[in-house]
Design a protein around this ligand. Structure first.
Ligand code: HEC
Length: 127
């Protein structure tokens, strides 16, 4: 009994690291898939469009804010046309549930081609 107690209280540091890595994996839930070629022109256009939109109110590139970090979005989704289309619809119509309970506001004023460029930029940020 006493021994078991001691074993519980002395968690090796390694285990804590593994736990936080496991949490990160659980949060990101990376989807398997081959990245397609990046369209550099589209990515640059997306970066500029994002800087003129309200995205930064809820998103940071490398840290979770109200919304997920752009780098974490890039880690989850393979860079393919299908996922770019899926995320483009999400940016335009808004939603919740993919990254927890906060809600992403809809952006109905965005042109589809512009939202697409923004998503291409976000998915290019994978480190
Ligand atoms: C009001 C806060 C808010 C604003 C403004 C906002 N977002 Fe989000 N965004 C969120 C939240 C919260 C989520 C997570 C939604 C979820 O869990 O389904 C999210 C998720 C996303 C996702 C991932 C969606 C998914 O299903 O994985 C993308 C891509 C994204 N945002 C892009 C953008 C872009 C581009 C803009 C600017 C045009 C923007 N966001 C503006 C809050 C915001």
């Amino acid at each position: 009994m006493l021994l078991a107690f001691a074993a519980c209280t002395q968690k090796p540091v390694q285990e804590n690291i593994n736990t936080s890595e496991a949490k990160e994996r659980e949060y990101i839930r990376a989807i398997e898939g081959e990245d397609e070629d990046l369209n550099l022109e589209e990515i640059t256009r997306g970066e500029v469009l994002i800087s003129y939109s309200d995205c930064a109110e809820c998103h940071k590139e490398d840290k979770r804010a109200k919304g997920p970090a752009f780098q974490n979005i890039a880690k989850r989704y393979p860079n393919t046309q299908a996922y770019i289309d899926l995320l483009t619809r999400k940016v335009i119509s808004g939603g919740t549930g993919s990254w927890g309970s906060p809600i992403m506001s809809p952006h109905p004023e965005l042109k589809e081609e512009d939202a697409k460029a923004m998503v291409s930029y976000i998915l290019s940020l994978e480190k």
